[in-house]
Design a binder for this molecule. Structure first.
Ligand code: FPP
Length: 256
């Protein structure tokens, strides 16, 4: 797949509105260099910075990054502790720059298990950037797709219990609105690095119609060219939502 300049995009309405990324391969990237896994996570932060900045410049509306899954607690105590420290450091260091670039940060996931200091940092970073109108950056931390659906159903079940809603009034849109991603549209393009071809309990509901892009690159090697390659691939897909190709063709703006 060749690398393309962002200039190939001539109609921004065709761009994916919501891109989600499973950032995988930090550990293997480090180990292939004879280094500790943490070296890979630190290099992964640089890839996050490059990707956020490229997505913002391209005018992508929403970027959701899978930073820490509900299952990642199973890693060694040392790796979990160092990852948490890295999140605190990165948040503290990068939030001003994100704010300056009008990025709106939202952490999605069950953050109640994080340290108080990390929870405070998250809350103040979200508050600082809440009114920004640029890229919406969702960082999924202690996130699981099944957990997200469960917490949405618990909120709706409690509305039913209180008689605010009847079971018959439940709709897909009401479930979507209660997910942690209720503030953004569903995913258009899901990217996973490192050659693994799994969704790994990432946004299960929200990827219903997403195009799934898998690349062999390890996450620390991911950069602007990797993102534009993925977008170029996406633009060449025929997205049909169960319609025929002719129906979709009829919706496209006439080529000049
Ligand atoms: C997966 O690689 C990566 C993670 C579990 C952590 C991702 C974290 C970062 C990129 C750093 C900080 C991010 C933010 C948003 C501040 P892996 O360890 O599973 O790699 P492996 O499959 O090669 O072992």
């Amino acid at each position: 797949m060749s690398s393309q300049s962002p200039n190939f995009i001539t109609d921004s309405s065709l761009l994916p509105k919501h891109i989600a990324i499973i950032m995988d391969g930090n550990g293997r990237w480090a180990q292939s260099r004879g280094k500790a896994r943490m070296f890979g996570h630190k290099a992964g932060v640089d890839a996050v910075k490059k990707t956020v900045s490229a997505a913002n410049r391209l005018g992508i509306q929403v970027l959701t990054l899978f930073a820490f899954s509900s299952e990642n607690w199973r890693r060694s105590e040392e790796e979990v502790r160092l990852l948490m420290e890295l999140f605190v450091t990165v948040l503290g260091r990068e939030i001003k720059q994100l704010h300056k670039n009008s990025v709106r940060l939202k952490v999605i996931g069950d953050t109640s298990r994080f340290s108080n200091s990390l929870q405070d940092k998250i809350a103040s970073a979200e508050a600082l950037t809440a009114n920004n109108i640029g890229l919406i950056l969702n960082v999924a931390a202690n996130y699981g797709g099944q957990w997200d659906i469960l917490q949405a159903m618990q909120k709706l079940a409690s509305q039913v219990e209180r008689g605010v809603l009847s079971a018959e009034q439940l709709t897909e849109a009401k479930i979507s609105a209660q997910l942690t991603t209720g503030h953004v549209p569903d995913v258009d393009l899901m990217i996973r690095t490192s050659g693994e071809c799994r969704i790994s309990n990432f946004m299960l509901w929200q990827v219903a119609y997403a195009e799934l892009y898998f690349t062999e690159q390890f996450w620390p090697d991911f950069n602007e060219a990797s993102l534009t390659d993925a977008i170029a691939w996406y633009l060449n897909r025929e997205r049909r939502f169960g319609c025929t190709g002719e129906q979709i063709q009829a919706l496209l703006p006439v080529k000049k």
